[in-house]
Design a protein around this ligand. Structure first.
Ligand code: GDP
Length: 297
C-alpha cells in the first residue's frame, strides 16, 4: 500500500499535537520538523519539502490557528490543503482533439509500464467513451515489444498498426496515422521505444515522432517505485519533449510515495493517471485531493 510510512508518521505527529492542551510556537516548530522529516523519508524532493513546510508554517503561524479552538485540527486541514496543492489541486482530463483522431504519444523508460499503460488507457477509452482506439507500434528496437503490444491489444480487442522492425519509426507513425484517418479511429495511441536511461538518440527519435504526429497528448509513463529517479526522468523528458501529462505506474508497490508527491511540483506537469496493478483495468484518474486525504489517513 502506498504511503504507509508517511501516513503513520503524519498521524503520529498530529496525535502528539492533539494531546497538547495548548499549542505554542515551540510545539509548532516541532510539528514542522516532524513533517519535514516524514516527507524526506518518503523520498519527496528536497526543494518541494522546503517550500511545503514554509507554506504550512506561514499559514499555521497565523494567530487564529494557535489561539483558536482545535489548533491541531486546523493544522491537519492546512497540511491536507497544501498536500493537495502540491500534487496539482484538481484531476486533469486527457486532452481531446476537436477532430478525430486524438493522438496520444506514450513515452518512458524501458520497464516503466508504457505498453501495459497503453493497453489500460485504450480499454478505459473504450469503456468510458465507447471509443475506437488504434495502436501504432513504433518501438522497433525490441522485437518482443511489438509482440507484447499485440498481446495486450488482442486481450482488449484493439487493432495494432505495425510494420515490423525494419522501417523507421517516424515512417511507421506516418502510415499508421493515415490508416487511422481512413478507418475513422477516434484515438490513436503510439507506443514508442524506451531505453534503460535517457539518451540523445532516444530523445531525437521521440522529438521527430512528435514533430510528425503533432500529438494532442504526450504521456510520460514513470515507475513510482523508483522514487526520485522517476522525478528526474520526468524532468528530463519534459525538458526535451514538453510532455502534457504523467502516468505514475506501480503505485500498488510503492510504499513511500515520493514520486507522486514531487512530480507536479518539480515539472509543473500533471499526473493524469496512476497504475495500481498489472491487470488491464488497474488504471485510475489521479485525484490530488483524494490522494492527500489518503496520505493523512
Ligand atoms: P514498458 O517496457 O515500459 O513497455 O513496460 P511494460 O508495460 O512491459 O511493463 C513492465 C512490467 O511492469 C510488466 O510486468 C507490467 O505488468 C508491470 N506493470 C506495469 N504497470 C504496473 C502497475 O501499475 N502495477 C504493477 N504492479 N505492475 C505494473
Amino acid at each position: 500500500m502506498a504511503f504507509e510510512g508517511l501516513t503513520q508518521r503524519l498521524q503520529d505527529t498530529m496525535a502528539k499535537l492533539r494531546r497538547k492542551p495548548k499549542v505554542t510556537e515551540a510545539d509548532l516548530n516541532e510539528t514542522m520538523r516532524d513533517i519535514r522529516l516524514a516527507l524526506l523519508e518518503a523520498d519527496v524532493n528536497f526543494k518541494v519539502v522546503k517550500d511545503f513546510v514554509k507554506q504550512v508554517r506561514t499559514r499555521a503561524a497565523g494567530a487564529e490557528v494557535l489561539k483558536g479552538l482545535n489548533p491541531a485540527q486546523q493544522i491537519v486541514k492546512i497540511v491536507n490543503e497544501e498536500l493537495t496543492k502540491m500534487m496539482g489541486e484538481e484531476a486533469v482530463d486527457l486532452n481531446k482533439s476537436e477532430k478525430i483522431p486524438t493522438i496520444i504519444m506514450m513515452a518512458g523508460l524501458q520497464g516503466a509500464g508504457k505498453t501495459t499503460t497503453a493497453g489500460k488507457l485504450a480499454l478505459k477509452l473504450k469503456n468510458d467513451q465507447n471509443a475506437r482506439p488504434m495502436f501504432i507500434a513504433a518501438d522497433i528496437y525490441r522485437p518482443a515489444a511489438i509482440d507484447q503490444l499485440e498481446q495486450v491489444a488482442e486481450s482488449i480487442d484493439v487493432p495494432v498498426f505495425q510494420l515490423g522492425t525494419d522501417v523507421d519509426p517516424v515512417e511507421i507513425v506516418r502510415q499508421g496515422l493515415e490508416q487511422a484517418r481512413d478507418q475513422h479511429n477516434d484515438y490513436v495511441i503510439i507506443d514508442t521505444a524506451g531505453r534503460l536511461q535517457i539518451d540523445e538518440k532516444l530523445m531525437d527519435e521521440l522529438a521527430n515522432i512528435k514533430k510528425l504526429a503533432d500529438p494532442d497528448e504526450i504521456l510520460l509513463v514513470v515507475d513510482a517505485m523508483t522514487g526520485q529517479n522517476a522525478v528526474e526522468t520526468a524532468q528530463g523528458f519534459n525538458d526535451k519533449l514538453d510532455i502534457t501529462g504523467v502516468v505514475l505506474t506501480k503505485l500498488d508497490g510503492d510504499t513511500r510515495g515520493g514520486a507522486a508527491l514531487s512530480i507536479r511540483a518539480v515539472t509543473g506537469k500533471p499526473i493524469k493517471f496512476v497504475g495500481q496493478g498489472e491487470k488491464m483495468d488497474d488504471l485510475d484518474v489521479f485525484h490530488p485531493d483524494r490522494m492527500a486525504s489518503r496520505i493523512l489517513g
